[in-house]
Design a binder for this molecule. Structure first.
Ligand SMILES: C[S@@+](CC[C@H](N)C(=O)[O-])C[C@H]1O[C@@H](n2cnc3c(N)ncnc32)[C@H](O)[C@@H]1O
Length: 233
């Protein structure tokens, strides 16, 4: 692949067929996704931000590379995935052993996007390479849940797949034109939007055109400051 921010050829063949146990094995030991790291840098740049009281949701967490990074940095995390093996692998990670207060700071849930209930409000909702696997008929409801879960001033980080991606022709995938992103993120400032297009082959030799958008977006903060709200009757 052209960037280290995309699944390796050994891994992405499994994404095509939704062989998630095969995928988890192929990506074991991977580093956190760049969109998550970029979002964390933006939070850390705010001097008033305290990661020890921050809460993130990792949607489609897989074997937990991003959840583990959030926990190491002091965040509290709700990690969800549609496949039970993902949560088993996350909970068995060696790099979580030294994490303090793990039982208090990590909650896991096996749930598909298609059966997702409204989520609690979070400082960060991260969905690394997972939302494209939401079936299109459920997309609008799921996207509504995702955006509602981001607190005012909080962030979304992750990948949306593009319409020129090879997998866009697979009927159960959700892919979008660039113009759709402006609508999807209408309540947000796009802090990072990197459109990535490249050609590759998976480990089985299947040609794959990648077309995806790497996104970090901050939700508009429309809260009325306390100093004003005290005068509003
Ligand atoms: C390509 S993997 C990405 C995993 C991880 N976030 C990462 O960056 O390595 C996609 C993840 O989405 C999960 N997933 C796929 N379809 C799903 C669905 N319909 N509902 C919930 N999770 C799903 C898979 O189990 C898998 O863990």
């Amino acid at each position: 692949m052209s960037t280290s921010n995309q699944p390796s050829p050994a891994a992405f063949a499994f994404g095509r067929t939704r062989d998630w146990p095969g995928y988890f094995k192929a990506v074991a030991g991977g580093t956190p996704r760049q969109t998550l790291l970029d979002a964390l840098d933006l939070f850390d740049a705010d001097e008033s931000f305290d990661s020890d009281s921050a809460f993130a949701i990792d949607l489609g967490c897989g074997e937990g590379r991003d959840t583990a990074e959030l926990l190491r940095r002091g965040w509290t995390v709700l990690a969800t995935d549609g496949h039970p093996d993902a949560i088993d692998l996350l909970l068995a990670r060696d790099d979580l052993v030294p994490v303090e207060d793990l039982a208090e700071r990590l909650t896991t849930r096996v749930v598909t996007f298609e059966t997702l209930d409204p989520l609690p409000q979070a400082d960060l909702v991260s969905a690394s390479f997972s939302l494209p696997f939401c079936t299109p008929e459920h997309w609008d409801r799921v996207w509504g849940i995702v955006t509602a879960a981001v607190k005012p001033g909080g962030r979304f980080a992750g990948q949306i797949f593009g319409d020129r991606d090879t997998w866009a022709s697979i009927p159960d995938r959700s892919h979008f034109q660039r113009s759709a992103l402006d609508r999807m993120f209408s309540g947000f400032n796009l802090e990072l939007l990197r459109e990535d297009e490249s050609d590759s082959q998976d480990a089985a030799g299947n040609a794959k055109h990648w077309h995806l958008y790497h996104v970090v977006a901050r939700k508009h903060d429309r809260r009325v400051p306390n100093i004003l709200s005290s005068h509003v009757h």
